[in-house]
Ligand binder design. Structure first.
Ligand SMILES: [Zn+2]
Ligand SMILES: [Zn+2]
Length: 135
């Protein structure tokens, strides 16, 4: 069992564009829906990211389609907890294979602190690129 557990999850599905998680250790994460969609952990999205060399915390548009300025606002049409270890989104573009485990969400927390921690450890990044985690 992982020690990484949320104490509160707020998904601003109708009135906002973010999901907020408060973690057991006091850390707070705010993810925009676009960020979450781009970081989708499913096999298909993983493969697509590997092809383009994109990390889950990089926007898809910056690598894949720099000329495509307009993207419809990503929104989950359905949010469900998967057991007590993950959250599952059905997106308004029809995609629904991503199951976001707490581990994964915390690993890719977009806050400045976690972001710079990820990018200062090149060894870890290498490891992820060379040995993608598979189920
Ligand atoms: Zn996906
Ligand atoms: Zn963080």
């Amino acid at each position: 069992m992982s020690a990484i557990q949320p104490t509160a999850i707020k998904v601003h599905r109708t009135s906002g564009t973010t999901m907020e998680i408060s973690w057991k250790d006091g850390h707070q994460s705010t993810y925009t829906f676009t960020y979450l969609r781009d970081a989708c952990p499913c096999a298909t999205c993983n493969e697509e990211r590997q092809k383009t060399g994109r990390q889950p915390d990089q926007p898809a548009s910056s690598v894949a389609a720099p000329l495509q300025m307009f993207k419809p606002q990503m929104r989950p049409v359905e949010v469900a907890q998967a057991g007590n270890y993950a959250i599952h989104f059905t997106w308004n573009d029809g995609h629904q294979s991503g199951v976001y485990s707490w581990d994964y969400l915390r690993r890719w927390c977009p806050c400045e602190q976690c972001h710079s921690a990820r990018h200062s450890s090149d060894g870890l990044k290498q490891d992820i690129e060379n040995h993608p985690r598979e189920k």
